[in-house]
Design a protein around this ligand. Structure first.
Ligand code: DLL
Length: 441
């Protein structure tokens, strides 16, 4: 089902005319209301009337995550704070979150694009919908929630965690649609199997999966284990949250970017020149209709390819491939963004620790796990003992570090304290501090 037929199947020429008009309006609004953009447009020597075709987009400056951070918390808002009726936030590199805001109009657009996602994933008004994305500052839970209500689904706001209870709700309420991270769906599938439930006994027919990278191999594994269609949903807080793009369940080849609201480019991350359709590039987004926190040419750091060719489903909006990687060192663990620099900021605060550390990301069964290995300071070498386990003092230190890391990253981190001199050192080039042992397949 297509939620908004006139818009989602609009001829590309009309779509592009709409985009250009909205882009001009956006630049006008930002120049008038956001000092950061006024100065950036001045430096680039560009004014709304210079935008004569969509190619002129390339005259506009980029926005980076650091720009939002530098104006923490509300300095990038394009409306008075009183008109911002919702705040969300995602973790950033310094421990300060990236704050995003929504006007009433923004929440309406967000619900609309999330309704498009649910419809594209196979939901129909009247279906029961199990929403296992986290509710709270994370955009996943509430974003999908409002889209589902707009569509007229029966929403079960399960949020994350408590797998046994989630299974019970799924059995009793019989949802046809579930939304969660791909790794969490596998956890649910394992838990169901452990309870002796046959896959056919689960009522789910579509899963709207995203917030973390996954692969075609993972999709095959999920669809092999469960009798449902696994559909990709993509989004990022800085652009809106979930609802930037979604696959159509009929084709499952590329996620339609809702281009009437989000202008997308795929650029070579080094030259910043556009890559050809089908070639991977960094996705760069311009929000055409956002009111509270519009962004111009926001560098997502996500690498994917774009395909503007018509889709058999009838939608005309370009499709993006699954995300194949990131340009920076941000780790997405259980849907939470974690940066090695956040870990570093904690490690260096402890006199008992040396500044030598390593992040090891694994997939325990189906859930991502982060282990942080840290060398103790030389004075503590003896306290570790031959086994490396140490006594009560070392255990207490480990617990304090884990607690602090949890505070900064928002996720549970396993801390391993190791003897001085045992972790890799830089040999002149970049030191790889992250060992990502997740096999996505
Ligand atoms: O993860 C929004 C979201 C919620 C999307 C629920 C989909 C479903 P952030 O917390 O700001 O927002 O994280 C955004 O997560 O830049 C990607 O690196 C990654 N990401 C999100 N969706 C996908 C996906 C939400 N389908 C960051 N595939 C993005 C791969 C994804 N990576």
């Amino acid at each position: 089902m297509i939620w908004n037929v006139p818009v989602e199947t609009m001829p590309r020429e009309d779509l592009q005319a709409l985009q250009l008009a909205r882009l001009r309006d956006l630049v006008q609004r930002l120049a008038a209301r956001v000092p950061f953009y006024r100065e950036a447009f001045d430096r680039a020597g560009v004014r709304p009337e210079h935008l004569r075709s969509l190619d002129d987009l390339r005259r506009l400056p980029f926005t980076r995550k650091a720009d939002l951070r530098d104006h923490y918390p509300f300095g990038m808002f394009a409306v008075p704070r009183e008109q911002v009726i919702r705040i969300h936030a995602s973790s950033g590199t310094t421990g300060k979150p990236t704050v995003v805001g929504y006007t009433r109009g923004d929440l309406g657009v967000w619900a609309e694009v999330c309704a498009r996602c649910l419809a594209a994933s196979g939901a129909r008004p009247g279906d029961v919908f199990h929403n296992a994305y986290g509710y709270g500052l994370f955009t996943g839970g509430l974003g999908m929630h409002y889209g589902a209500e707009l569509m007229g689904l029966t929403v079960v706001p399960a949020s994350g965690g408590n797998t046994e209870r989630q299974l019970l709700l799924i059995q009793d309420f019989a949802p046809r649609i579930i939304a969660c991270t791909p790794s969490y769906l596998l956890t649910l599938a394992e838990a169901a199997a452990a309870r002796g439930l046959a896959p056919e006994e689960l009522p789910l027919r579509s899963a709207v999966l995203g917030a973390e990278p996954w692969t075609e191999e993972m999709r095959r594994e999920i669809e092999r284990r469960l009798p449902l269609r696994a559909v990709n949903i993509y989004g990022l807080s800085e652009v809106i949250g979930p609802g930037v793009s979604n696959e159509c369940v009929e084709v499952q080849r590329g996620s339609h970017v809702f281009e009437d609201h989000f202008l997308v480019e795929a650029l070579d991350p080094v030259s910043l020149e556009p890559v050809r359709p089908g070639e991977p590039g960094e996705l760069v987004f311009t929000t055409l209709t956002k009111e509270a926190l519009p962004v111009v040419r926001y560098r997502s750091g996500d690498i994917a390819s774009l395909d503007p060719s018509p889709c058999p489903c009838g939608r005309t909006h370009a499709r993006m491939s699954l995300v194949v990687g990131r340009t920076d060192d941000m780790l997405v663990i259980r849907g939470v963004n974690v940066f090695p620099s956040q870990v570093e900021s904690v490690v260096v605060q402890f006199a008992e620790l040396s500044p030598h550390y390593q992040l090891v990301v694994t997939r325990e069964r189906t859930l991502d796990a982060l282990e942080v290995r840290i060398e103790v300071a030389p004075a503590l070498a003896d306290a570790l003992g031959a086994s490396g386990a140490g006594g009560a003092a070392v255990a207490a230190l480990r617990a304090r570090v884990a607690e602090r890391l949890r505070g900064v990253t928002g996720i549970h981190v396993q801390v391993s304290l190791v003897a001085p001199g045992t972790l890799p050192r830089s040999e002149g080039g970049k030191l790889r501090r992250v060992l990502d042992r997740r096999t996505l397949a």
